[in-house]
Design a protein around this ligand. Structure first.
Ligand code: ADP
Length: 214
């Protein structure tokens, strides 16, 4: 099983690429943004706490994000036992009979502290991160893309002011995570400024190379 982290600023196309890779390689796609949006939609206590923070474009606290991710990693990559009838997560995975080839994490880590937490979570599952793919896109192009997405996504955090704030936060808090992974030799950077299939080809090349070496 190969474990990949997909990394990049808002608008880099992490979610889109992660989904394409999940289909092509039979990977699980775990997106902390999606997990949080699900909690907001279901109006759970975590969701209610996260909603205003997300709408401002700030980072949701680790006390919310980490348990969500931990649960998703555990439930979705090992055999869940026992199943809880009331839990939407359990319902979702009940149809999954096969073990996936790997997992792709999108939206986490966003801080160096989260990178350390992720390592801890993987160690606890007796697994490790095999590859970190960072998608690089110039800032002007990011703003342009998020504007375009805002027209269709209806996401409350896709307004001009919030978008700039999210990119600033990425530069301040998330960019240092790249150095963390660069040192460990896990990092591959990919040009994401062109079309979706171009970026996808570059990422697949990096994954195939790494898988060949595993
Ligand atoms: P984007 O990459 O465009 O910012 P995401 O769907 O990854 O979109 O995240 C949306 C929002 O969810 C973030 O702005 C943040 O408020 C929250 N979020 C997602 N992942 C994390 C995380 N790892 N830590 C803290 N907050 C997070």
């Amino acid at each position: 099983m190969i474990n990949i982290v997909i990394f990049g600023p808002p608008g880099a196309g992490k979610g889109t690429q992660a989904q394409l890779l999940a289909e092509k390689y039979d990977f699980l796609h775990i997106s902390t943004g999606d997990l949080l949006r699900q909690e907001v939609k279901l109006e759970t206590s975590m969701g209610l706490r996260a909603k205003a923070i997300m709408n401002r474009g700030d980072l949701v606290g680790d006390d919310i994000v980490v348990p969500l991710l931990s649960r998703a990693l555990q439930y979705r990559t090992t055999h869940p036992d026992p199943l809880n009838e009331q839990d939407p997560w359990d319902k979702e995975i009940r149809g999954e009979q096969h073990r996936p080839e790997g997992c792709i994490i999108d939206g986490f880590p966003r801080t160096v502290q989260q990178a350390q937490t992720l390592e801890f979570l993987f160690t606890r599952l007796k697994r490790r991160i095999d590859l970190v793919v960072a998608i690089e896109v110039p800032r002007d192009e990011l703003v342009r893309r998020i504007h375009e997405r805002a027209a269709i996504s209806g996401r409350a955090d896709d307004t001009e002011e919030v978008i700039r704030h999210r990119i600033d936060l990425y530069d301040q808090q998330t960019q240092p995570v790249l150095d963390y992974y660069r040192v460990s030799g896990l990092l591959v950077t990919v040009d994401g400024s062109e079309e979706i299939p171009d970026t996808n080809r570059r990422i697949c090349k990096a994954i195939d190379l790494r898988m060949g070496r595993l």
